[in-house]
Structure formats: structure tokens, C-alpha cells
Design a protein around this ligand. Structure first.
Ligand SMILES: C[S@@+](CC[C@H](N)C(=O)[O-])C[C@H]1O[C@@H](n2cnc3c(N)ncnc32)[C@H](O)[C@@H]1O
Length: 259
């Protein structure tokens, strides 16, 4: 599986943590590649029964079909189409565009955002590389969905202006185990790599949001933990000491979690 699988898994896990029991029965994946997000989604939402995967590359569809043989992906509806010219997309509980909008020009991206808004019954998710450019796309999508009245549920704890200033970007990290072939191809010695990603999840109806989001690895010290949080008041530092009733929660909290 490509490293994007781990990023997709981490995002969907966070959504299911934030909205336990939402019940995702259908998935529409825009720019599915070989079906990476479908693999992540069936793990996190085992109730999934209808999967529509849209991809322009016939070769990737064929690989995806082969990989999915004998799994729930086998019954997916694969459509070879341009995601920016598909006004009529099947409504689905969850609509995702993972690492695909970055391959489109601005006009095509706007058309995809519009399609996502129309097709998402419950939630829409966009994931891009955790780079300045990737985050730029996420910020653009965020403005679009807020203007259209959608409810931003993650990672942003609010719909006010994004407090990330130039030269910094909101991103998270997912650990990817490296096989020996993987290590050789990348001339790497480590048994893992960290996939950095940025993302946005919106809901069609008001839904539970975290009060704030942990933006960096927490700083763990003897007797206290430092957090950098995105909050309604901007980016804030918070220290939790051992005597705080939240100490146990703080010890388990990770970069990317809601706080
Ligand atoms: C980087 S890959 C990501 C694949 C997969 N979503 C993932 O997360 O691993 C981007 C995919 O989007 C597809 N794509 C890009 N532009 C597209 C378009 N206009 N219509 C359909 N598919 C498109 C590409 O063919 C490619 O498979």
C-alpha cells in the first residue's frame, strides 16, 4: 500500500473518534488511484457496503480491481472519469479526495469542491501532502466550504480565520512501516518513515468538534507536558502539570488529537 494509506487511515480514525457511531455505509472516492482510501475506509467503517471509486487512469483501475479480488473492494463500482467534469456523482455518506486535488488547476479544484458538497451525505474529506503547497490547497478548500455554509469538523476547531502564518502550515504525521524492498528503493536504513499530511473534514450538518487541536508533538518533561494548540483565540501554548486532573488524558494525547 502507498504511504497515503496510512495518512487516510489516520484521518478516518480521527473522524470516527470524533463522531463515534456515525454509520458510514457508502463511500465516493475522487481520484482513487488503486483504491487506497477504500482499503482504509473498510477497516475503520466495517459497515461500508457501497463503494464508488473514480479514477481517470485505466491502468490504476485495473491494478485496484486485481488487488481487491476476494475482499469487500471487489464489489466496488469503478468509473474511469475526470473528477472535475463529473457533475452527477452518486450521493454517498463519505466523499473523499485523497492526494488528488493537488493534480488539478484552480478551476478544476473548485468544480471538485462543488461536486463534493453536492455528493456528501454526511462528511467530505480532502487530504493533501503536509507541505506548504498541500496546505495551501486545504486552506483554499476550507474557505470554499465555509463560504458555502458547510460545517468544518476537523482538524480546525473553528471557522474563524486560520491562524497559521506564512512559512508555517498545519500538518500531521502518520508512521509507515518500511518493508526491506521499500528500504532498498529509498536507500533508507530506518524501519519506518513518517508520512506528513494536511487535511480537512467537513460535515453537512452541525457535528461535534474538538475545542482545540494539538498542532505539534507534545513536549513531555518531568512533571509537566507542553502543548501547542489551535484554538478559537489563535495558536496557544498550554502546560498541564502532574497535579492537573487532566494529567492522565494529557499523557495519552498525541499530535493531531483534539483537546
Ligand atoms: C497521488 S494519486 C492518489 C491516489 C489515492 N487517492 C491515494 O490517496 O493514494 C492521485 C490520483 O488522482 C488521479 N487523478 C488526478 N486528476 C484526476 C482527474 N481529473 N480525474 C480523475 N482522476 C484524477 C490520478 O490519476 C491519481 O491516481
Amino acid at each position: 500500500m502507498p504511504a497515503t494509506f496510512e495518512a487516510g487511515s489516520a484521518v478516518l480514525k480521527e473522524i470516527s473518534r470524533q463522531l463515534p457511531g456515525i454509520g458510514v455505509h457508502s463511500l465516493l472516492d475522487l481520484g482513487s488511484g488503486p483504491g487506497t482510501m477504500a482499503w482504509a475506509a473498510i477497516e475503520i467503517f466495517p459497515e461500508l457496503e457501497a463503494l464508488t471509486l473514480i479514477e481517470r487512469d485505466a491502468g490504476l483501475i485495473s491494478i485496484g480491481r486485481r488487488m481487491g479480488t476476494g475482499t469487500p473492494i471487489e464489489s466496488s463500482l469503478w468509473r474511469q472519469m475526470d473528477i472535475s467534469r463529473s457533475p452527477e456523482l452518486p450521493e454517498s455518506d463519505l466523499v473523499v479526495a485523497s492526494y488528488s486535488i493537488g493534480e488539478l488547476d484552480e478551476k478544476a479544484r473548485k468544480s471538485v469542491y462543488m461536486s463534493m458538497l453536492g455528493a456528501a451525505r454526511i462528511i467530505g474529506v480532502i487530504i493533501e501532502p503536509g507541505t506548504g503547497r498541500g496546505f495551501g490547497m486545504i486552506k483554499e478548500a476550507r474557505s470554499f466550504f465555509i463560504e458555502k455554509g458547510a460545517w468544518i469538523i476537523a482538524p480546525c476547531p473553528h471557522k474563524l480565520e486560520c491562524p497559521m502564518t506564512d512559512g508555517d502550515w498545519c500538518h500531521f504525521s502518520a508512521r509507515v512501516e518500511r518493508s526491506s524492498i521499500h528500504r532498498r528503493l529509498k536507500s533508507g536504513t530506518m524501519g519506518y518513515e513518517d508520512e506528513k499530511y494536511s487535511y480537512l473534514a467537513f460535515a453537512k450538518e452541525p457535528a461535534v468538534k474538538a475545542a482545540s487541536r494539538i498542532l505539534r508533538h507534545p513536549g513531555i518533561h518531568p512533571g509537566f507536558i507542553d502543548f501547542t494548540l489551535c484554538t478559537e483565540n489563535g495558536i496557544e501554548k498550554k502546560t498541564i502539570t502532574k497535579s492537573n486532573p487532566l494529567w492522565k488524558t494529557a499523557r495519552k494525547a498525541k499530535w493531531g488529537d483534539g483537546w
